[in-house]
Design a protein around this ligand. Structure first.
Ligand SMILES: [Ca+2]
Ligand SMILES: [Ca+2]
Length: 97
């Protein structure tokens, strides 16, 4: 029951990031005028579950689809401890683009 509450609050947090994300990204470009400001490309964080260069809702959904699974070849097992759980989710949240 306690885990369910933690999961629910993390999910709400992720949802807020999902909806706030585009606004934050837009703000980086100064809101118009045609000036594209190049942003240095950061190294790919290891929480990039699907290896597309960004940590976003796709990585989150992969992690959720593997939630609770155990094994050696799980892409959602970000900390490589053999299980997909809240520790992997917390790394993903910390690295969220
Ligand atoms: Ca990704
Ligand atoms: Ca793990």
């Amino acid at each position: 029951m306690k885990n369910t509450k933690i999961l629910l609050s993390l999910f709400i947090f992720a949802s807020v990031l999902f909806f706030a994300g585009p606004m934050i990204t837009h703000a980086q470009y100064g809101g118009g005028g045609g000036g594209f400001i190049p942003v240095p490309v950061p190294p790919i964080p290891h929480a990039d579950v699907n290896n597309d260069g960004v940590i976003n809702e796709y990585d989150f959904s992969i992690l959720m689809s593997q939630w609770g699974q155990t094994g050696n070849n799980l892409s959602g097992d970000i900390n490589h401890d053999g299980v997909v759980n809240e520790y992997d989710l917390s790394i993903l949240m910390a690295d969220w683009s």
